[in-house]
Design a protein around this ligand. Sequence first.
Ligand SMILES: *Cc1c(COP(=O)(O)O)cnc(C)c1O
Length: 494
Amino acid sequence: MQYISTRNKGLRCSSAEAIVKGLAEDGGLFVPESIPQLSRYDFDKLIEMSYPERSAYVLSKFLDDFTYSELLDYATQAYGRFYGDDPCPLVNVDDNLYVLELWHGPTCAFKDMALTMLPHLLSGARKKVGESDKTLILVATSGDTGKAALEGFKDVEGTDIIVFYPSDGVSDMQKLQMMTQEGSNVYVCAIEGNFDDAQSAVKRIFADPEMASKLASAGYKLSSANSINWGRLAPQIAYYVSSYCDLLSSGQIEMGDEVNFVVPSGNFGNILAAYYASLMGVGVGKLVCASNVNNVLTNFFKTGEYNINRPFIKTMSPSMDILISSNLERLLFEFSGRDDALIAERMASLKSEGKYSVTSEELSRLNEVFAVGYATEEETADTIDSTYDLYDYLMDTHTGVAMSVYNDYVAESDDDRPSVVVSTANAYKFPCDVYRCLTGDEIDDAFKASKKLHGFTGEEIPEPLGNLDKKQVRFTEIVDKADIEKVVLEYVKK
Ligand SMILES: *Cc1c(COP(=O)(O)O)cnc(C)c1O
């Protein structure tokens, strides 16, 4: 199967090339030329499979440069690092309500579902396209992505990874997770300033031909672990297929029945994967896109105008504090009838004006598939508290946003199909906020808050978070943003 750019259908490449390149030469995103279908026969087989097998099976439909057994080997290694028996359990919390827990991986956030797979896909793809240079992954992170990428790429042959985080832009838990990172091919460095400073410094390196030639002479090529890479998006489709299979095999639905998915969204990668699953043949009712008060997506689906000219608000669901949802480009490509010229025009308008609009005809088709909503900080806090009271179910702040939007959706619609709320982080990743939502008590220290939260709920603290204060700190460097080129060059010379 070939991959094409959303901004120019004439730019084509193989699945392995799409993964190695990450982004198309014209700045567009790679999408599969056609969407593979899952037949009744496929579902009969999938139902019998373990999660790594399901993942490999779904991926093999998209990534035909890889054999099923290669993909199974990657998935077995990736999901073998998750704790518990099931990498993504589906929990039945009420009659028609399920929670899909995507945070049983090494960093306790849903990014692990894809970032434990991507390094294997990338090193496999490098071999297939005959790439002999090492791959250097550069990441600017506001928290979850950096740690999940570090864990994913650590000790993966042929790759090195450097993560930059803003010295005053991540939580204590997130900072400590990165400073104590293990592995022989990793480096972590703080940048003085905020996330934008870290992000623009890293982008500067990607755009600098002089850096590229210096890196090439050291035997390196740059790549990205962001969700613009198809190799990061594709593994996310598998868990939607898998949760549908779980509902089938437990007899809670029958083949063809429709299920709603409620997804706490930021960059729009997670919910887009659900949309691709529906195109493959998974019975999907509504896809409910949940935002926090940075509700650019809510406004877009209501008005047809995507507009980022507005203040950026910091919330207790920081991984959803995003104004530019990159993956929306892939969705609009499909809904515009794959009109590449139109997409290129809209993305140019986003860059120059900070906005673009879709037609009312496109908007009404989008609203047939998607429902939207957002939650304020107070609504999220109340929902975390009431869900715990009602169902004894503990959620993190991002999942709290989704559950709040789900409650609104059910109240406003007469939709009685089963719904799956997608849970993207373990509550102990945000212990101070979650504890405050449940009790009203403010605790500043993350470890103290974790202990209190454990005392209050009896819920297990996941091992990767519980022993963090006992781990050795390896990375303490803080640099000015002007100096990050030096950090990168020094690393590759070692
Ligand atoms: C990244 C992230 C999200 C947002 O997912 P997108 O794919 O960017 O829409 C939501 N919750 C958590 C915990 C995350 O880390």
